[in-house]
Every structure is written in structure tokens, then in C-alpha cells.
Design a protein around this ligand. Structure first.
Ligand SMILES: Cc1ncc(COP(=O)(O)O)c(C=O)c1O
Length: 459
């Protein structure tokens, strides 16, 4: 099993099978830094370029039909281009609605109310990206508490915004590094990290810094950190600690929102945060994000509080097409909740178990994360890992990203190209099942994994 040699072979084969995308990448690089605008999507040797997408599939510039588990960065829960949203948007555009007005549409109230009803929060403000939503939530927390420190989880990604760019990627010493240049010195000193789902570490952080912590932000389902659900016990302790120390408790539901039920996953855990952030799915394929939460905190960006927090700009905030797409999608999910989530979860489970078995049949140790727990019975998210030791529990971002524990390159590079050669697109070792994925798609994925396993075995 020589992964280095295999990666070279896969890369050469990819280059020969995706020639038009290669040309497009060369053109792109003349104008765009690295040929695009999102580092994760610019994988090596170059990304394939899509020309159209429908349901579970994407067609690319080399006329391949590719089975896609990335699904719009986990946003497309109904698959690509779902008719229910497409037709609503076409109709709206024909009626003179949808494009930017810069005026406050009634649609904002309609969707805002729907979102609050589903999540069980008091007030909402919309913005255009998850990164902005988490940044504004943190600014609200600082203004509300009069404290500066931000506590986040090591391995937690809350977007490319200055208050969250620390402890995202695993490095020497763990999740402690500042992620970018160009940040103010204060912002890097004022971000603390704690270990995911580790109550002792959390207690210690609050013991040491409690009087200075403005907020604790956490994903109830770790996204980039490994598709791992938080334990209800931890959440209870975290709620109690934030309460006792007067810190705002923020749930980042940008991946988990409407992914496991037609609400935040907080509904399943039955724990109330002070603020929550939503994005991805709620935009129905359009750029939309939101901060929702307690009125007494949210009001700090309103005129009655002198707009103390300037969460009030954005040329495209609450864009009408995004609101319309989002509202259409959320209404659809609410109407079909009973049908959608158990089916998505069952397909996710079939994929996780099937993949572990396929790799095992070739003598390769592979473990999936994405399994639910007592609170989240069904999960449509899957990540494949290649731990070195059979006894490793894939239950922390450290286990998922420490190259001494797992073969990270095999997941991120080798598997990715091996599956693309079978016309299956995955990111971070797989991705998200959508309602558009069928049993036939799962068989396609299994056959692709079988081929990938053979190649890894042969080296
Ligand atoms: C948990 C989480 N929070 C925040 C963000 C940032 O959202 P956006 O990419 O819309 O800015 C992401 C994006 O992947 C995310 O996964």
C-alpha cells in the first residue's frame, strides 16, 4: 500500500481523463488566484469544471456524469436544481420579483416568522453568509456581556471571519494556531479554544477565564471537524457553565440546521442557546444566512438600542431571490419532514456500514463518522477515515485530523481522486446524502469504493 506512488498514478490518469477542465484551469489561473475563490474546491491537480447539475449528478466540461456527494457545500438537501425551487424562482422572475430591490420586502417577515417558528427563537436578522452570521453573533455577545473573550472548539470552523480564525486546522500542539495574517493582534489573543465534547476542559476554561468570556460558540454536530454529534451531557454542562458565568451560548447550526429535522438540531437535543446561526440549507441554493435568538440580545443591533452592534448593513442582505428560495425549501421540508429525514438517515446509514465493509473486504481499515446518537437517530452525513489502529475512536477532531492517528492524505487526496476516476465526487472523505440520491446511486458509490479499495491495496 504505497499511497505516494498511487497518488501519482491517479493524478496522471485524472489529467488524461479530465483534459477540458485542465485547459479551463489554466485559463482560470491567469485571472483568479489559484483559479478560483474557495480553497477547498481547488483540489489537486485541478478541479473538474461543472457545466450543469441536476439531482444527485453533475455534468462536467469533459461530458462526464458525476455522482455528487458534496451537494453545494452541504446546502442542497433536495439535490441540485430541485424543480420545486427552480420553478418558484422562474415564476417570480417572470412576475418582476426576485432580483435585488434594496427595499424591505414582506417576504422577509414571512420567512423570518417561519424560521423562528421552526427553531423556537424570538428574533431574527438575515445576512448573506454563514461567516458574517457567526461574526455578528459574536459581536452581539460582546456587546451584551461587556466581555471580550471568545471561546470556540478546536477544529471548529465558523467561517473566514476575524473572530473565528484560530484553532481551525490541526497543527503542531493541536488546535491552537492563528489561521491567517492580517488579523488584529487583539482578535487572535481574544480567541480561546477548548476540546470538543470535553466537559473537564470546558470547566477548566471557564474556571480560568469565566469572568472574561463573552460567548461560547459550538457546533452540535461537528462539521469540518469530523461529522461528530455532541453528547447531550456535554451540552447540558455547557449550558450550565455559560449561564453561571454570564456568557452567551451560541449554537452554530450552519451545517446542522434543517439537516436532521425541519429545525435546528437543538430541537432534538432540547437545549436552548441564547443565539444560533443558520446558513447553507436555509438559502435553498442561494446565499442566505441568519442569526436568531433571544430578543434582549438581538435588539442590540436595533434602533431602540442605538444600533450598538452594526449588524445592519449589506447591500444584498435578505436578497429577495434567496428569501424566496429559502422559504420555498423550508416550507417543503416542514410539509414532508416525516418522509424526508428518516429516508435520508437510512441511506446515510446504509452508506456508512457498506463502505466500512467494502474496505474491510480488501483488508483496509476504514471507519466512517456521521453516525447519529441517542438524540439524532438518522444522519445523512458521511466521512470516511483511515485510522492506523483498529481501536481508535473517531470521536474527536483530533482523531480525524491528526496525521499520526489517521491517514489524512489517503482520505483527502487518494480517495478523492480514486473516486473521481469512478465519477463520484466527494469532499473530506464523502459528504451529504440528498433526497435526490437513490438506491442506484448508493450502488454506484459502493462499486466506486470497491475500485478505490483495490487500487489502495495494490498501491
Ligand atoms: C459550521 C459552519 N459555520 C460557518 C460556516 C461559514 O459559512 P459560509 O461559508 O456561508 O460563510 C460554515 C461553512 O462551511 C460552517 O460549516
Amino acid at each position: 500500500m504505497n499511497d505516494e506512488h498511487l497518488l501519482e498514478t491517479l493524478t496522471q490518469q485524472y489529467i488524461s481523463e479530465y483534459p477540458t477542465s485542465k485547459e479551463l484551469q489554466e485559463q482560470a489561473k491567469r485571472y483568479l488566484v489559484d483559479g478560483g475563490s474557495h480553497a477547498l474546491r481547488l483540489f489537486g491537480p485541478y478541479p473538474f469544471r461543472p457545466v450543469s447539475a441536476s439531482g444527485s449528478r453533475v455534468r462536467d466540461a469533459d461530458d462526464h456524469e458525476i455522482l455528487d456527494f458534496w451537494q453545494g457545500h452541504y446546502a442542497n438537501i433536495l439535490g441540485h436544481n430541485p424543480p420545486v425551487i427552480r420553478e418558484t424562482l422562474i415564476q417570480a422572475l417572470q412576475n418582476g420579483e426576485g432580483l435585488q430591490t434594496g427595499i424591505t420586502e414582506a417576504l422577509q417577515t414571512e420567512f423570518g416568522r417561519l424560521l423562528l417558528d421552526q427553531v423556537g427563537a424570538e428574533q431574527v436578522r438575515f445576512t448573506t453568509s454563514g461567516s458574517l452570521a457567526t461574526m455578528y453573533a459574536m459581536m452581539l455577545a460582546r456587546a451584551f456581556t461587556g466581555k471580550r473573550l471568545i471561546l470556540k472548539v478546536g477544529g471548529g470552523w465558523h467561517g473566514a471571519q476575524p473572530l473565528a480564525l484560530k484553532g481551525v486546522h490541526f497543527g503542531e500542539g493541536g488546535y491552537i494556531h492563528v489561521e491567517s495574517e492580517g488579523l488584529s493582534e487583539d482578535s487572535t489573543a481574544e480567541i480561546l479554544t477548548t476540546r470538543y465534547d470535553d466537559p473537564d476542559d470546558l470547566r477548566q476554561k471557564f474556571r480560568q477565564w469565566g469572568d472574561r468570556i463573552s460567548c461560547f460558540i459550538v457546533e452540535l454536530w461537528m462539521g469540518m471537524g469530523g461529522f461528530i454529534p455532541v453528547t447531550p451531557e456535554y451540552l447540558k454542562i455547557a449550558r450550565e457553565l455559560t449561564h453561571r458565568h454570564g456568557a452567551v451560548f451560541i449554537f452554530d447550526e450552519i451545517i446542522s440546521g434543517f439537516r436532521f429535522c425541519a429545525s435546528g438540531v437543538q430541537r432534538l437535543y432540547n437545549v436552548r442557546p441564547d443565539l444560533s446561526t443558520f446558513g447553507k440549507i436555509i438559502g435553498g441554493g442561494m446565499p442566505l444566512a441568519a442569526v436568531v435568538g433571544r430578543e434582549e440580545i438581538m435588539r442590540l443591533c436595533g434602533s431602540a438600542a442605538g444600533r450598538r452592534v452594526r449588524f445592519d448593513g449589506g447591500t444584498f442582505s435578505a436578497h429577495p431571490a434567496a428569501l424566496l428560495a429559502g422559504k420555498t425549501l423550508i416550507e417543503y421540508l416542514v410539509r414532508n419532514e416525516e418522509k424526508i429525514y428518516p429516508r435520508l438517515g437510512a441511506l446515510g446509514q446504509k452508506i456508512r456500514l457498506g463502505i466500512e465493509e467494502i474496505f474491510a473486504s480488501h483488508g483496509i481499515l476504514a471507519r466512517c463518522t456521521g453516525y447519529g446518537n441517542d438524540v439524532i437517530p438518522d444522519s445523512s452525513l458521511v466521512m470516511i477515515h483511515f485510522p492506523y489502529d483498529d481501536r481508535t475512536r473517531m470521536s474527536s477532531p483530533e482523531a480525524v485530523w491528526d496525521p499520526k492517528i489517521c491517514n489524512v492524505d489517503r482520505r483527502e487526496k487518494v480517495l478523492k481522486l480514486a473516486l473521481l476516476l469512478e465519477r463520484v465526487h466527494v469532499v473530506h472523505g464523502l459528504g451529504a446524502v440528498s433526497t435526490a440520491h437513490s438506491e442506484e446511486d448508493v450502488e454506484w458509490l459502493f462499486a466506486a469504493c470497491d475500485e478505490a479499495a483495490k487500487r489502495i491495496k495494490a498501491g
